[in-house]
Design a binder for this molecule. Structure first.
Ligand code: ATP
Ligand code: MG
Length: 504
């Protein structure tokens, strides 16, 4: 007897239809599976048989052939355990065929017949919704599927699923508790008010986020660079629902979803030993890398000079395009990667250059070598550099808290609105992304400003690549003041945020 079960798999961050065909015929008992990579077939076979037996059903003593179509796309094995088991039970006439046709199924089976969560359920649910069908998923994935707005059922075990399909047990479609989700929405565990002092860094970060300017913090150990970086997502404009779904989709595919739906902007901090595949994305069945997990949020590269040079070089294209393309024999896969880059580093190898708490032990050539490790092309994409120095004892012991994230965020949102109107219809949203033509159009300087900036460039020995960035940052500073015109004071402040260029 032949049966056919609807299932879904993920390619990139999109779901696609997979049909699980099971044929039970006379012959030497055994299971053969086609359409999966070898290792996955073996593992799947080893799980399904005990899971069916331990759920109290007879395993057919016949020749079982399973086909997962289309056969040419590489699939991960475990999410088909449930549809394959149901296919076997349907072909064995334990489950009514007409009932099975109403649903799509995914789920990994444990040996005792319970159902474990799988990754990529959100993009799968989007496909099932397009097919106007209903979806049966592991209980742990049910919220993730339900946010798409389709009829979804969570099942905890194979037995429950079979009983439901054969009408012996009732399971209600999952209802989203939207109040609970809203309560977590845009709520962060950290806040800028916990950062004492550091007025220069706070101001620079506000400008950076307001104009979308990537930022580099340079400072000795323990000055709060990591602490500040962690709080940057909290002053971003509030997360829109569409953005949240986009992030959830990526995190779902990566299998790192915790709690069903992403409700805050991501903060990703990969270690400096990370490989380029882990950072950019890839693999035999391509998975999003850290830059995509940071999509719509912050990517924090702490100890920037310690990252491999080629890993940093690989960041350039995705930063430019806001997406990363992974090529495979079966075609290209795209992952979104519009992230805000925050980098941090010590001023020298020992960490204490320029710090009055401790003398620096490094030689000048050592310091130069250390700084040269940060690749020029990456620096080109960082508009703002600041020095974060040690907090004075007065600030450290003080109880007074700094401005809170919400207050800062309101100013950021206002500033983003001005930019949104300025760039309407151009495909860009913030000052940092202006091209040469837009720079000319929106950063008009009077003669005084021009003279001032020219003198400063010469005196501070700033590189040419710094010039455009100074203009962009000055534009953002003016926008924060709601000033149409860029003035001397805006430029003077923007010039302060080029410390890395200056010292080299
Ligand atoms: N401005 C500050 N306000 C309050 N606490 C601070 C501040 N700066 C540092 N601290 C305290 O010092 C600790 C260390 O700071 P953090 O880890 O952010 O330093 P860092 O600059 O990242 O150091 P490293 O270079 O070693 O990575 C923080 O966890 C925090 O408790
Ligand atoms: Mg740190």
């Amino acid at each position: 007897m032949l049966s056919k079960i609807h299932s879904v798999a993920v390619w990139g961050i999109d779901g696609y239809d997979v049909s699980v065909e099971v044929d039970i015929s006379k012959g030497i008992p055994g299971i053969s599976i086609v359409g999966l990579p070898d290792q996955a077939v073996k593992e799947s076979r080893d799980r399904i048989k005990p899971a069916i037996k331990n759920s109290g059903f007879d395993f057919p003593q016949s020749k079982i052939t399973i086909n997962l179509a289309p056969a040419d796309l590489k699939k991960e094995g475990s999410c088909f355990d449930l549809p394959v088991a149901l296919g076997i039970l349907t072909a064995g006439q334990i489950i009514p065929v007409d009932k099975v046709n109403d649903f799509y199924f995914v789920g990994e089976l444990a040996l005792d017949g319970s159902i474990r969560s799988v990754s990529g359920v959100l993009p799968m649910a989007i496909l099932v919704k397009e097919k106007k069908s209903k979806f049966i998923v592991p209980s742990a994935n049910v919220l993730e599927a339900a946010i798409v707005g389709l009829e979804v059922y969570g099942v905890g075990s194979l037995k429950d699923c079979v009983d439901f399909l054969s009408g012996k047990k009732e399971i209600q479609p999952y209802k989203i508790d939207s109040e609970k989700i809203l309560a977590q929405y845009n709520k962060y565990e950290v806040d800028f008010k916990e950062v004492k002092g550091q007025m220069v860094a706070r101001r620079a970060i506000e400008i950076a986020v307001a104009g979308g300017h990537n930022i580099l913090m340079i400072g000795p150990p323990g000055t709060g660079k990591s602490m500040i970086a962690k709080r940057i997502p909290t002053i971003f404009p509030s997360l829109e629902i569409e953005e949240a779904i986009e992030i959830t989709k990526i995190h779902s595919v990566a299998g790192i979803l915790d709690g069903g739906i992403v409700t805050t902007r991501p903060f990703r901090q990969p270690h400096h030993t990370i490989s380029d595949i882990a950072l950019i994305g890839g693999g035999a069945i391509p998975k999003p890398g850290e830059i995509s997990l940071a999509h719509n949020g912050v990517l924090f590269l702490d100890e920037l000079p310690e990252f491999h040079r080629d890993v940093l070089e690989a960041l350039r294209q995705p930063m430019e395009d806001g997406r990363v393309v992974v090529s495979r024999a079966k075609g290209k896969i795209e992952f979104p990667s519009r992230f805000f880059l925050v980098a941090a580093m010590n001023p020298c190898p020992c960490g204490y250059y320029g710090d009055d708490r401790r003398p620096c032990r490094c030689t000048v050539p050592q310091i130069i070598k250390y700084r040269k490790k940060v690749s020029g092309p990456l620096l080109d994409r960082i508009d703002i550099h600041i020095e974060v120095s040690a907090l004075g004892s007065r600030h450290l012991v003080s109880d007074s808290s700094g401005e809170d994230s919400e207050t800062i965020r309101k100013r950021v949102e206002k500033c983003r609105k001005i930019q949104f109107h300025r760039f309407r219809g151009t495909g860009i949203y913030c000052n940092a992304h202006m091209d040469t033509k837009q720079l000319k159009q929106f950063c008009i300087l009077d003669d005084d400003c021009k003279r001032f900036i020219q003198e400063a460039l010469e005196k501070m020995n700033l590189s040419a690549r710094g010039y455009d960035k100074i203009l962009k940052v000055a534009r953002t500073i003016a926008d924060l003041e709601e000033s149409e015109k860029i003035t001397l004071s805006h430029i003077a402040e923007a010039l302060q945020y080029r410390s890395f260029d200056r010292e080299l």
